[in-house]
Design a protein around this ligand. Structure first.
Ligand code: NAI
Ligand code: 13P
Length: 348
C-alpha cells in the first residue's frame, strides 16, 4: 500500500509539496477549507487560483474533511499561513497521534504571543509531540518546485530521526533536503527574511539600485542574526539555506509576494492596496509587527525592521525611511554579533 501523507491547506506551497510527494509515490490527501476549491482541484486537476500550470497528480485527492487528511497518514504536512497555524493545529487536535510525524512549512512568528511556529505547535498539540515535529524551510518558491526546478531546503527538528524521516520523505533528484537541529534558528530565518524582502521591494519601488538592495540584504541579515542569537539560535544557521539562502531568493525573485508587496508600497500604494494586489499571503507584514516587539523585548537594535515598521504601520514615507537609515550614527560592521557569539559559546 502507498504511504499516506496528509497535507493541510491547499494554497501555493501546500499544492507544490503535494505534487512532489505524489510524484514520489505517496498517496496524498490534501485538506482545503473551501469546498469550491476542493471541487475545482479534484475535477480540473489544476489549482488555477494558487499554482496554475502544475498538473495535479492522480495520487492527490482533495477533501474538506479534516479528519480524512489525518486518518491513514504517517506524516501530516501543514501548509497554511502562520496566522492560521494555531487555529488549524487546535482543530486537528482530536486527530493527532503519537506515531505520526508533523511538518510545518509556515514562515512567521505569531503576532499576539510572539511564539515561533514550533512553540505554537507545542502549546496546542502538547510538548511530547515536539519530538515528532519538523520545520521545513529554505529558498523554495512554490512556482519553481511545482516545475521541478532544482531546490535545496532544510528540515529542522529537535530529534534527528524526525529530521531524517522528513529528509527522506521529500528528497528527490530535484529537491535536496538537509537536516538541522536548530529549530528556532531555522524558523526565525524563514520568518524574518520576509521583512527584509518587503524592504528591498520598497527600495526597488523607489527606483534605487542593486547597491541599495545588497546593503539592505546584508545589514538585514546582521539584524536577523543579532535577534536570533539573543533568542538562543545558532548563528551559523543564518549563514545557511534557511538564513541567507531564503533571504536571497525572497529579495530577488519576482515570485516573492513579500518583494512584490514592497515594490507596490515603494511606488506609492498603501499597505492595503499592496496586499490586495498580491492577493496571497504576505507573511512579512505581520512578522514586522512581531519582530518590532521582539526587538524591544530583547533590547536588540533592528534599524531596518524599525523603519519598515514605521512605513507599514505609522505612515512614514518610504523615502524618509531610507534617509533615516543612511543618516544613522557611525557603527562597526561585525563586532557586536562576534561578541554575542563568543559569549554564547562560552556559556555552552
Ligand atoms: N508560496 C511559497 O512559495 C512558499 C510559501 N511558504 C510558506 O507557506 C505558508 C503558506 O503560504 P502559501 O501556500 O504561499 O499561501 P497561499 O496564500 O498561496 O495559500 C494559503 C492557503 O491557506 C488557506 N488557509 C488560510 N487560513 C486557513 C485555515 N484557517 N484553515 C485552512 N486553510 C487556510 C488559504 O485559504 C489558502 O488556500 C506561508 O507561511 C508561506 O510563508 C513557504 C515556502 C514557499
Ligand atoms: O518563502 C518563500 C520562498 O522561500 C516565499 O516567499 P514569499 O512568501 O515572499 O512569496
Amino acid at each position: 500500500m502507498k504511504e499516506h501523507v496528509g497535507v493541510i491547506g491547499a494554497g501555493s506551497w501546500a499544492t507544490a509539496l503535494a505534487a512532489l510527494l505524489a510524484k514520489k509515490g505517496r498517496r496524498v490527501i490534501m485538506y482545503a477549507r473551501r469546498p469550491e476549491l476542493a471541487e475545482e482541484i479534484n475535477i480540473t486537476r489544476e489549482n488555477s487560483r494558487y499554482l496554475p500550470g502544475v498538473a495535479i497528480h492522480p495520487n492527490i485527492e482533495v477533501t474538506v474533511d479534516l479528519e480524512r487528511a489525518f486518518r491513514k497518514a504517517r506524516v501530516v504536512v501543514f501548509g497554511v499561513p502562520s496566522h492560521a497555524f494555531r487555529e488549524v493545529v487546535r482543530q486537528s487536535r482530536p486527530f493527532l497521534k503519537n506515531d505520526t510525524i508533523y511538518v510545518n512549512t509556515a514562515k512567521g512568528i505569531e503576532e499576539t504571543s510572539l511564539s515561533s511556529m514550533s512553540a505554537v505547535f507545542a502549546q496546542e498539540a502538547g510538548t511530547e509531540l515536539l519530538q515528532k515535529y519538523a520545520g521545513l524551510s529554505g529558498p523554495s518558491h512554490a512556482e519553481e518546485v511545482g516545475r521541478e526546478l532544482p531546490t535545496a531546503v532544510v528540515a529542522a527538528s529537535y530529534r534527528l530521526e524526525t529530521a531524517e524521516y522528513v529528509q527522506e520523505l521529500f528528497m528527490s533528484d530535484r529537491f535536496r533536503v538537509y537536516t538541522n537541529p536548530d529549530v528556532l534558528g531555522v524558523e526565525l530565518g524563514g520568518a524574518l527574511k520576509n521583512i527584509i524582502a518587503l524592504g528591498t521591494g520598497i527600495a526597488e519601488g523607489l527606483s534605487f539600485g542593486d547597491n541599495t538592495k545588497a546593503a539592505l540584504m546584508t545589514r538585514g541579515l546582521a539584524e536577523i542574526t543579532r535577534l536570533g542569537v539573543i533568542m538562543g539560535a545558532n548563528p551559523l544557521t543564518f549563514a545557511g539555506l534557511a538564513g541567507v539562502g531564503d533571504l536571497i531568493v525572497t529579495c530577488t525573485s519576482m515570485h516573492s509576494r513579500n518583494r512584490r508587496a514592497g515594490i507596490a508600497i515603494g511606488k506609492g500604494s498603501s499597505v492595503e492596496e499592496a496586499l490586495e494586489l498580491v492577493d496571497m499571503v504576505v507573511e512579512g507584514v505581520r512578522t514586522t509587527r512581531a519582530a518590532h516587539q521582539l526587538s524591544a523585548r530583547y533590547a536588540v537594535e533592528m534599524p531596518i525592521t524599525d523603519q519598515i515598521y514605521k512605513v507599514l504601520f505609522e505612515g512614514l514615507a518610504p523615502g524618509t525611511a531610507v534617509n533615516n537609515l543612511m543618516s544613522r550614527g557611525r557603527t562597526r560592521e561585525m563586532e557586536e554579533v562576534a561578541k554575542m557569539t563568543v559569549k554564547l559559546l562560552n556559556n555552552n
